[in-house]
Design a protein around this ligand. Structure first.
Ligand code: PLP
Length: 444
């Protein structure tokens, strides 16, 4: 009888006891290739000696100091390191314990920025359908996955509105170029802003690449540039959520670099600490912090564990290893290899409609019919079965449901650590192919 519970209350979880490189071993001795980095977290793999040394050194010196009293060298150095590589104008970092907390901080900082400017009428947020920004109530409110929101709908934030995601596979019409599709979506955002009144909107929030809900979906070229222009026109802040797709996962440190766009608030988490400690961060444009500094001098927000020295020391070591070992080059090279291999294995697969992604952030989308893009019946629980079949074959991938409307539609996300090599990728794709075929056969 177990006393701990996780999301699934009716199944037994294997117990993970050892992590080494790209593998995790369970208590029975079975090994799993971690081809999803957990949930796109473990960017350096497990047990990296430099990170472990940094953690030991930190705990020998200082375990914890509350940020109501102190800053720490670990937090300061990590912020310096992040700002050194940050998009233009981003000059400050606010640390949290994870992604949802960082999103909450972004929403509150955005609102307080306008309060300090006397723009009290700005009270609305716009997010995107199918977006995921975390499970706390504020983050869930701006997220647009209907299934995740449903039980909590009556208690979510009221002033939140949603527009369509940029999801080319399902959203672009046959007679539309990608560019035209992007323009249409930007126009939808513009219309929503007009409806609310441009001066009443606080911020637009989007994942630069949609992760958990749709599976590694990049925007079409030019989409984010238009979004940026629209936000600027109305003085609306742009919040980009790169909790999953950021910190190198797509081949550049920040995914927004590939869009040629700088947000006002950039949210990062998973790959920041690579799983060695719970940490997230909100990266903020100079003008926002300046407004608060010259105004109340106080951000009305905070958490007990923010800027935890151990988490900051771990994240600093992770980020230094990524830079020192030039790992983003490997992300690009192995990402290309992964996309090629997925294309070879699934490109003509009768039940795979799309293979997509950037860097080491890739996905396949499963369909019952390639022509109509009809999803599988959700009662089959195909994504759940794929995960199990993969685990049986010693492989961790991240399958999810709900690509179509939050309920129907299955995809499998792959996000291996940045240290992955070509031979491991070949094994991953081979095992994934077997798992997908077995799951379709078993649930059919
Ligand atoms: N934002 C995005 C884009 C995410 O993918 C996630 C988690 O998957 C979150 C926010 C929430 O982060 P956390 O689970 O660390 O609270």
């Amino acid at each position: 009888m177990t006393h701990v519970f996780y999301r699934q209350l009716t199944r037994d979880y294997p117990s993970a006891v050892l992590g080494r490189g790209i593998t995790i071993r369970d208590a029975t001795g079975k090994e799993y290739i971690d081809a999803s980095g957990g949930a796109a977290v473990s960017c350096l793999g497990h047990s990296n000696p430099d990170v472990l040394a940094a953690l030991h050194a930190q705990i020998d010196k200082l375990d914890y100091a509350h940020t109501g009293f102190f800053t720490t060298p670990a937090a300061e150095e990590l912020a310096d390191e992040m700002i050194r590589h940050a998009p233009a104008g981003i000059g400050h970092v606010y640390f949290t314990s994870g992604g949802s907390e960082a999103v909450e901080a972004a929403l509150k900082l955005a609102r307080q920025y306008f309060v300090e400017r006397g723009e009290l009428q700005r009270q609305h947020f716009i997010g995107r359908l199918q977006g995921y920004h975390g499970n706390t109530l504020g983050a869930l409110s701006v997220g647009g996955n209907l299934w995740r929101r449903k039980p909590f709908a009556p208690i979510l934030l009221e002033n939140v509105h949603h527009v369509s995601p940029c999801y080319e596979y399902r959203g672009r019409r046959i007679d539309e170029t990608p560019q035209r599709y992007g323009e249409r979506l930007a126009q939808e955002l513009s219309n929503k802003i007009d409806e609310l009144g441009g001066g009443n909107v606080i911020a637009f929030i989007a994942e630069t690449m949609v992760g958990a809900t749709l599976g590694a979906v990049p925007a079409v070229p030019g989409y984010f540039k238009r979004v940026r222009e629209i936000c600027d026109r109305h003085g609306i802040l742009l919040i980009l959520d790169e909790v999953m797709c950021g910190m190198g996962r797509t081949g550049t440190l920040h995914a927004c670099e590939q869009e040629g766009v700088t947000p006002d608030l950039l949210v990062v988490a998973k790959g920041l600490g690579g799983g060695y400690a719970p940490i997230g961060a909100l990266m903020v444009q100079e003008k926002i912090v300046k407004t608060l500094t010259e105004g109340s001098g106080f951000f009305q927000h905070g958490h007990t564990y923010m800027g935890h020295p151990l988490a900051c020391a771990a994240a600093l070591a992770v980020q230094r290893v990524i830079q020192r070992d030039n790992l983003l080059t490997n992300v690009k090279a192995q990402g290309d290899h992964l996309l090629r291999r997925l294309g070879e294995r699934f490109g003509n697969h009768p039940f795979v409609g799309d293979v997509r992604g950037r860097g080491l952030f890739q996905a396949i989308e499963l369909v019952a019919d390639r022509g109509t893009k009809e999803p599988f019946d959700p009662a089959r629980k195909l994504n759940v079965r794929i995960k199990q079949e993969a685990m049986d074959r010693g492989l961790m991938v991240y399958p999810m449901g709900g690509t179509v409307d939050g309920v129907r539609g299955d995809h499998v996300l792959l996000a291996p650590p940045f240290i992955v090599d070509a031979a491991t990728i070949d094994t991953v794709v081979e095992r994934l192919g077997e798992a997908v075929d077995a799951a379709i056969a078993a649930t059919g």
